[in-house]
Design a protein around this ligand. Structure first.
Ligand code: NAD
Length: 261
């Protein structure tokens, strides 16, 4: 059996996914950088950053809401990089930001397709590949503080992240027999384009100036600063490491001290 270690990170062209891809590369993994086709140029930039760290990397185009595209992406990563050991289901969107009364059927379907179905497709594809290759693989998915507590004006997003927590618990129990672990990370307020966009949408609803909603949220963090993709990547690195061999079915808050459980 080869000792190459390969990880796929979805939504890795930017933001938290890029941070995770770079951290896992620094840990010694070769990386499949997966993202939407329109993100290919940025994704190839991340591939170049990984290669500069001395690891192999490929860009894989996939819409993670589509079951067949996720399965094909995993096949491609394993074939081109020569192994498959870690799947990070990171891609996600905020979706409609509005009071409950205004939430549409279309927006619920969209956010569930991208944030929830993708996690199921990622678990299915990765588990099948791990079993085929005889690997005790690791599956790690993006939850959120909104997986632990409901946030007003964010019903679709909150519901989707609670669902990620549920699927993580189910899959960890079903896949334990194969030695596969399934966990999730729950970031707080990370300074990415997701929050830039969310802040603008919240400003339109709350009437506060752009930047104010973000500032108020950051002010509530015990450690007193906004979260970085690197803060999140440290937790993913732990879940992918030998140190986490006995951890499964967990959702780990990495929020600088916002929620406590
Ligand atoms: N930013 C935060 O404060 C925060 C907090 C908690 C959880 N999260 C979660 O972390 C994850 C990453 O968030 P981010 O802040 O880096 O967001 P981001 O918007 O900066 O990046 C998301 C990436 O996912 C990709 N993506 C979106 N839909 C996709 C699809 N259907 N198929 C493939 N790729 C797709 C995008 O192209 C983009 O590259 C998300 O699941 C998000 O919900 C973020």
């Amino acid at each position: 059996m080869s000792d190459i270690k390969v990880a796929m990170v979805t939504g890795a062209a930017q933001g938290i996914g890029r941070g995770i891809a770079l951290k896992l590369a620094a840990d010694g993994f070769d990386i499949a950088v997966a993202d939407m086709a329109f993100q290919e140029e940025k994704g190839r930039g991340v591939v170049a950053e990984i290669e500069a760290l001395g690891r192999k990397a490929i860009f894989v185009s996939a819409d993670v809401s589509k079951r067949e595209e996720v399965a094909a992406a995993v096949d491609k990563a394993a074939a081109e990089l020569g192994s498959f050991d870690v799947m990070v289901n990171n891609a996600g969107i905020v979706g409609q930001v509005a009071p409950i009364a205004e939430i549409t059927e279309e927006s619920m379907q969209k956010v569930f397709a991208v944030n929830v179905n993708s996690v199921l497709w990622g678990i299915q594809a990765a588990a099948a590949k791990f079993i085929e290759l005889g690997k005790k693989g690791r599956i790690i998915s993006a939850a959120s503080i909104a997986a632990i507590k409901g946030f007003p004006i964010l019903a679709p997003y909150t519901a989707s992240k609670f669902a990620v927590r549920g699927i993580t618990q189910v899959a960890s129990q079903e896949l334990a027999v194969h030695g596969i672990t399934v966990n999730a990370y729950a970031p707080g307020i990370v300074g990415t384009s997701l929050w830039e966009d969310l802040d603008k949408k919240l400003a339109a609803i709350t009437g506060k100036p752009v930047g104010q909603n973000l500032k108020e949220n950051v002010d509530s963090i015990s450690l007193g600063r906004i979260e970085t993709p690197e803060d999140v990547a440290g937790v993913v690195s732990f879940f992918a490491s030998p140190n986490a061999e006995y951890v499964t079915g967990q959702v780990l808050l990495v929020d600088g001290g916002m929620l406590y459980n």
